[in-house]
Write a protein that binds this ligand. Sequence first.
Ligand code: CA
Length: 224
Amino acid sequence: MIYCVEDEKNIRELLVYTLEATGFSAKGMEDGAGLFQALKKEKPELILLDIMLPGEDGYGVLEKLKAEPETRNIPVILVTARQSEFDKVRGLDAGADDYVTKPFGMMELVSRVKAVLRRCRRPEDSQELVCGKLRISVGRHEVYFDQRKLELTRKEFELLQYLVENAGMVMSRNQILGYVWGYDFDGETRTVDVHVRALRQKLGEAGEMLETVRGVGYRIIERK
Ligand code: CA
């Protein structure tokens, strides 16, 4: 199930129609309020979220989604008529998985949807990564440090997972962008810094395992 939040009726209907024609189930809502109503009944696999909406705008809706443990892990693709760097960065920093700019081709949209779903699909529940006192349950999307459970957003989780999978190696901002966000957002590496900062804060004591390598990138090192 994919939810399409879009106030322009023609676009909303076209989105739902296209997604259904390519084998997804889809439902349209005209604003944030409609989305939160629908979320009470069913959690979708992905949300297409227009930014310019009546009432609360797409950024506000995104922040609410990311603030709730129940909806935090639902991937979101922002749909925007505006092209400025500011919007893009703001959306990604707020936890969006991708964005498309209007006008977009329907086939392009479908391939973006598929790419995000592929990236977000959960691996086997049993897979576990360990680095020092840090333990990551990949399938359950849970992180523990010294038995204490950490509450991470999905992007923070993927960032940490990537660094732990490559423990000891310095990963460049571009490599991190490519892995966590799927492709290079024109070298929009500030987004990586913002997420690293948030992740480090949540790691608390374990934050010192996450090293900044000046001018290169970041790495996780094992501390006893
Ligand atoms: Ca709109």
